[in-house]
Ligand binder design. Structure first.
Ligand SMILES: CC(C)(COP(=O)(O)OP(=O)(O)OC[C@H]1O[C@@H](n2cnc3c(N)ncnc32)[C@H](O)[C@@H]1OP(=O)(O)O)[C@@H](O)C(=O)NCCC(=O)NCCS
Length: 323
């Protein structure tokens, strides 16, 4: 019989200390898009809920935006870069597969030799990354982690395809996650349906993203409510007690459909950042929540239900306590 190994002793829990975001400078309206493809402002607003989105420029790479969002999250949380020991960049729009972006992001933030890796769970990426960070903290592998969701989806979107170009935008959001005696990141409920892996995909290095919008819409509006309820149950919070709901910003009609299915309290604050940001995949949840915190819609100590879902198909949700 082989001997067992020693394990580190981790923290009782993990807690988010601060969020940060970066929104690219260039605002692209529906009217601008309708000058290039056959669509209208009215169609986009009623079918998807988007009024405008941001497109990143040449000096706004996934790394640039990650560094900016993470720098803001560090400043908000009061944690020093030198204290960070783990950096996770959730993205599905890295310009190349090698190297991963997290080590460069860490270097530019003057974080010394952290564990650093990229994670691709598409639009569920931030919630997967948050779970990985919280579990690393609980198992003793980390004490202070940066979790970043960053996308430059315009690099992978055909601006002549009206099925996708109206939806996707660019941006980054980040959170500082730290060891805590009072847990502020609940257990994740995650899963996937690889049978539908072609519903959103990029076929190769010179291809753009293709999407079966109807299939994704049907899946998101019928399959995810149970997971959200289960995430609340595991965190010991009734869904009627949730103060803030931050679903992935894929389509406003998907958000509204979820609100009809789930039994939130009447005055739950709901993220609707898609109106101004479009769908920014793994960046959408931290972007939306940072804005809600800054506007005072999400307050310190509030319970927030996060729910990411997208290509893969993947999903992940957890309850957090707002910093
Ligand atoms: C993509 C999406 C907005 C399309 O909306 P939809 O209501 O399903 O639209 P359909 O594809 O069924 O098309 C309906 C009609 O609108 C037209 N249409 C499609 N895109 C259009 C556009 N941008 N502007 C104007 N008309 C458009 C279609 O050609 C079709 O016309 P027809 O009835 O004459 O054939 C919607 O399916 C969606 O948001 N799905 C989820 C996508 C998503 O969330 N993806 C990211 C996951 S992370």
């Amino acid at each position: 019989m082989s001997r067992g190994l020693s394990l580190r002793k981790g923290a009782a829990g993990a807690r988010i200390l601060g969020f940060g975001d970066y929104r690219p400078r260039r605002i692209v309206t529906n009217d601008e898009i309708s000058q290039r493809v056959d669509t209208t402002d009215e169609w986009i607003r009623t079918r998807v809920g988007i009024s405008e989105r941001r497109f990143a420029g040449d000096d706004e790479s996934v790394v640039d935006m990650s560094v900016a969002a993470a720098g803001k999250a560090l400043a908000t949380s009061g944690v020093l870069a030198q204290d960070i020991d783990t950096v996770i960049v959730a993205t599905c729009s890295a310009p190349a597969p090698i190297p991963g972006l997290a080590p460069e992001v860490a270097h530019r933030l003057a974080i010394s030799a952290p564990g650093a890796f990229d994670l691709n769970a598409a639009c569920a990426g931030f919630c997967y990354g948050l779970s990985a960070a919280a579990d690393a903290i609980r198992s003793g592998s980390a004490r202070y982690a940066l979790v970043i969701g960053a996308e430059k989806l315009t690099d992978w979107t055909d601006q002549d395809d009206r099925g996708t170009c109206i939806i996707f935008g660019d941006g980054a959001g980040a959170a500082v996650v730290a060891a805590s005696d009072t847990p502020g990141v609940g257990p994740v409920v995650w899963g996937s349906d690889g049978e539908k892996s072609r519903a959103i995909s990029v076929a190769g290095r010179s291809s753009f993203m293709t999407m079966d919008g109807r299939a994704v819409y049907r899946w998101a509006t019928t399959q995810l409510a149970d997971s959200a309820h289960r995430a609340c149950e595991l965190a010991g919070v009734d869904i009627g007690e949730i103060d803030v709901f931050v679903p992935h910003q894929a389509n406003l009609r998907i958000v509204d459909s979820m609100l009809r299915t789930m039994k939130f309290k009447d005055d739950v604050a709901v993220a609707r950042d898609i109106v101004y940001s479009g769908n920014t995949s793994s960046a959408s949840i931290p972007l939306a929540l940072t804005a809600m915190i800054e506007r005072g819609e999400a307050k310190t100590g509030d319970t927030a239900l996060l729910l990411g879902f997208g290509a893969g198909l993947t999903y992940a949700g957890q309850v957090i306590i707002c910093p």
